[in-house]
Design a protein around this ligand. Structure first.
Ligand SMILES: Cc1ncc(COP(=O)(O)O)c(C=O)c1O
Length: 388
């Protein structure tokens, strides 16, 4: 039985009156799809991360797909990605009939291991997609050096990394193109949505055009005083445009991005302090000189010191009224990647070992101090109950 009355879910989006008012205003404006709100959201976002261009789309996956298209990924190419990621990072490579080449993660941060990248590079390799796991920036200097040496593009998967900073550089301004997600559980949300940032005007233009059928004008220019009925299809594009309804939420969420981050940072510090004395649990390790976005707080169980495994620990937490998750089931363990590319467990020792012992705890601005305390109490109780 939970010691507290309310179930604490793994995540609850922080939607307030401002977002609701903004959506209602948009609905009443008569303009629902891509228009002025999307343009404002893009401008606000570019200003916030400090990038020259920001292209809003309807998911982080769409942003990754458009980014790979913009830098010229073609059939038969290879793209290096970490195995410790979500389906999206790999599947966008497969959209081109190109090959996602999986690389192991670092054992402590779960980020792409720069020391293992070069062994995976072939004459067909065209790009690297580092994923800032949980919101902690990857070793970008090392990754950029490797990319420069081998003439590869760097598309950052920053689905978790708003706002994050690596050695003074904001995530969104470092690689060739950076892709963010505004899925419901992310650090800011539009329900579904994404953004691609870049310094390169041609890539920005290409992504913008391909996000709306490869058409040379976007809809609001076509149907308002600024535009005309005329358009040309330059390429067979996609239907990836963000709606003004979603952008209306995004504009308000972005205003609160710093405040949300401060709350998550405080929760992370509370957890870290509360579990510091437990040999049975390892809290996330942080690189020096980075700002971690704290999208996730992933603990590792020291299974040798516990009588239960990770799945049982998750179940016991659920019984105590705490929702958790697992990030991620590494790609090489999924049937599609395992069977198609003949990946084995031992090809990725760090990710394979991590998967056995990781649990993502709730960390979001809607958590009350009481909720955080309840999570801490529940975890500590389970450790006491099941320690060897
Ligand atoms: C690492 C990573 N990359 C990409 C995505 C895809 O983002 P979206 O759901 O907005 O398409 C997600 C998540 O949901 C993710 O966790």
């Amino acid at each position: 039985m939970p010691s507290h009355s309310e179930f604490i879910p793994f995540h609850r989006p922080a939607i307030g009156e401002d977002e609701i008012r903004s959506v209602v205003e948009t609905l009443e404006s008569g303009w629902l799809t891509t228009g002025r709100k999307v343009k404002s959201f893009e401008d606000d976002f570019a200003r916030y991360v400090g990038s020259k261009h920001a292209v809003a789309v309807n998911s982080g996956t769409a942003a990754l797909h458009l980014a790979l298209d913009a830098v010229g990924i073609r059939e038969g190419d290879q793209v290096i990605i970490p195995t410790m990621t979500f389906a999206a990072t790999a599947e966008v490579v497969l959209y081109f009939n190109a090959k996602p080449v999986l690389v192991d993660c670092e054992r402590d941060t779960f980020n792409l291991d720069p020391g293992k990248i070069e062994a995976a590079i072939t004459s067909k390799t065209k790009a690297i997609i580092p994923v800032h796991f949980g919101g902690q920036p990857c070793e970008m200097d090392q990754i950029l050096d490797i990319a420069r040496k081998h003439n590869l593009r760097v598309i950052e998967d920053a689905a978790h990394a708003l706002p994050a900073i690596d050695h003074g550089r904001t995530i969104g301004t470092i690689g060739d193109i950076t892709c963010f997600s505004f899925y419901a559980t992310k650090t800011i949300t539009t329900g579904e949505g994404g953004m691609a940032t870049t310094e390169n005007p041609e890539w920005a233009e290409r992504m913008r055009m391909m996000s709306l059928h490869g058409i040379s004008h976007d809809a609001w220019k076509r149907y308002t005083k600024e535009g005309s009925w005329y358009y040309e299809i330059l390429y067979p594009g996609f239907k990836y445009n963000l709606t003004d309804i979603a952008a209306a939420i995004g504009i308000e969420q972005l205003k609160k991005c710093n405040e949300f981050w401060e709350t998550r940072q405080r929760i992370a510090m509370n957890y870290a302090k509360a579990f510091a004395d437990l040999q049975e649990i390892q809290v996330p390790s942080c690189r020096n000189n980075v700002q971690h976005a704290w999208h996730l707080f992933v603990i590792q169980l020291n299974l040798e010191r516990l009588k239960i495994n990770r799945n049982q620990f998750i179940e016991a937490l659920r019984e105590k009224g705490i929702g958790t998750s697992v990030h991620f089931i590494p790609l090489h363990l999924h049937p599609y990647y395992r069977d198609k590319f003949a990946y084995k467990l031992e090809d990725f020792p760090n990710a394979s070992a991590a998967f056995e012992c990781i649990i993502s705890l709730p960390i979001y601005p809607k958590m009350t101090e009481g909720n955080v305390r309840d999570v801490i109490v529940a975890v500590r109780k389970l450790v006491q109950e099941y320690r060897r």
